[in-house]
Write a protein that binds this ligand. Structure first.
Ligand SMILES: Cc1cc2nc3c(=O)[nH]c(=O)nc-3n(C[C@H](O)[C@H](O)[C@H](O)COP(=O)(O)OP(=O)(O)OC[C@H]3O[C@@H](n4cnc5c(N)ncnc54)[C@H](O)[C@@H]3O)c2cc1C
Length: 403
């Protein structure tokens, strides 16, 4: 196992770190209490700078116009970008577009690639992924209600989705819908590309999340698909393969999510340490850093971050070594360990900042609000824990029965 960073990658990381600190940290208030949509022209200027520096779309193959970094290289980049909530967006590797780019690249027809994939990679349009439903449990995705029924050359889609991130202003949605209710479980649903200007694509609202509805990229929409008619050529991949394609979106993508969260951890940790060193809390100039309780939080956070980081790099290495399927326990473990590490570290950083920590004057409150969802999306903590626990116990049982 080798987690060494090459000279070339180190140069890339140095450039990214400098850019994120100098150009993006000052723009964060636009993301927090400002209107994201109104700030898009300012963000666009930064995106052009990134393109000029040839750092655009680090995860995307070179032939499509990205940097062509491999899984582990992009993992380190994702960590560096995660230090700002704007990082991935400004560098053209933000969710949910990154996942949609992957599946369009793998499963898209030539027409779909020309119409949707290339403009998406180029940052000219945005997309969203519409799977979770209001009335059905996202934790059990087999229980979908949305249907896509064939009618002539079209599919007619009906369903009620929500938490479709970044739908506001997106050019198209990739919608998960039941195409054959009689087919076996997990072979009954398909992914279908739905342009958002199709009649029957009704964006009801951006859902307020902890007091913020957000706008444009920074939002989560509730959508009614009401007799929404699209041509059958908008089917992505084979009919009935929706769940198989969904798995492709998740495996390696989790490494990048977790590394992004570790970027959040690192930023919160830096802020906690700097605040502890600077904040005088008693006569004689004693700072918070002089208090053993705070020293213990710093040590605990450092240990938790390092452990979570090594677990994530190990899971990435396992994916490369044995493949996503064999590495599924490692992937599930990091999903809930890193999400909880992030929550703990951000929470401690807020506590060290006192009132300032819960105010919107620093990025910490934004991290707290934006990242709480990490323990819910892409599989809630409990779902991953149950899956790993069940598999481990089954293996022990099989070993015992072999003896
Ligand atoms: C910020 C954010 C962004 C999102 N973006 C998208 C998106 O772009 N597209 C999209 O389609 N969806 C998106 N989602 C939705 C997300 O995928 C779902 O919220 C998630 O799958 C959980 O589904 P649910 O909300 O229906 O919760 P439920 O399925 O109702 O589960 C509720 C809770 O029950 C517990 N639970 C579930 N199963 C078990 C079990 N077997 N044993 C014990 N406890 C259990 C878990 O704690 C879980 O959180 C997003 C969600 C969030 C928060």
């Amino acid at each position: 196992m080798d987690f060494k960073i090459s000279e070339k990658l180190q140069t890339i990381l140095d450039m990214i770190n400098e850019f994120v600190e100098k150009e993006l940290f000052p723009l964060e208030p636009y993301f927090n209490d400002g209107d994201f949509k109104a700030a898009v022209p300012i963000f666009e200027e930064k995106r052009q700078m990134v393109k000029k520096m040839e750092l655009w779309a680090p995860n995307v193959p070179k032939e499509l116009g990205g940097m062509g970094l491999d899984l582990m290289e992009h993992a380190f980049v994702s960590e560096a970008l995660g230090r700002s909530p704007l990082g991935h967006y400004i560098f053209g590797c933000q969710a949910p577009d990154a996942g949609n780019i992957e599946i369009l690249h793998k499963y898209g027809t030539d027409d779909q690639k020309r119409m949707y994939l290339q403009p998406l990679v180029d940052g000219k349009i945005r997309s969203c992924f519409s799977m979770t439903e209001v009335n059905m449990p996202g934790s059990n995705p087999a229980m979908l209600e949305t249907t896509a029924v064939k009618d002539g050359d079209d599919y007619v889609i009906n369903g009620h989705k929500w938490f479709t991130s970044s739908a506001d202003g997106a050019k198209f949605a990739i919608v998960m819908a039941i195409t054959d209710p009689k087919a076996p479980k997990y072979l009954n649903a398909s992914m279908i590309i739905v342009p958002t200007d199709t009649p029957g694509f009704n964006l009801i609202r951006n859902i307020p999340v902890m007091g913020h509805s957000g706008s444009d990229y920074a939002s989560h929409a509730e959508i009614m698909y009401q007799s929404c008619r699209v041509p059958q050529k908008n089917l992505l991949g084979p009919e009935g393969h929706g769940f198989i394609i969904a798995q492709d979106r998740l495996g390696p993508g989790r490494i990048h999510h977790c590394m992004r969260w570790l970027g959040v951890c690192q930023r919160a940790f830096d802020m906690m340490c700097n605040r502890a060193n600077d904040r005088i809390i008693s006569e004689g100039g004693k700072t918070l850093a002089s208090r053993q309780l705070i020293q213990s939080w710093v040590a605990k956070s450092a240990a938790e971050i390092q452990a979570a980081r090594l677990m994530t790099l190990h899971a990435g290495w396992r994916i490369e070594d044995v493949g996503t399927s064999e590495a599924r326990n490692d992937i599930s473990l990091i999903k809930f360990v890193v999400a909880n590490t992030m929550q703990n570290v951000v929470d401690r950083a807020i506590q060290v900042h006192g009132g300032l920590g819960v105010s919107d004057d620093t990025v910490l409150s934004m991290f707290y609000r934006l990242e709480r969802g990490a323990r819910i999306y892409d599989g809630a903590d409990e779902v991953h824990q149950l899956m790993v626990g069940r598999r481990i116990l089954r293996e022990y049982n099989e070993r015992k029965n072999k003896k």
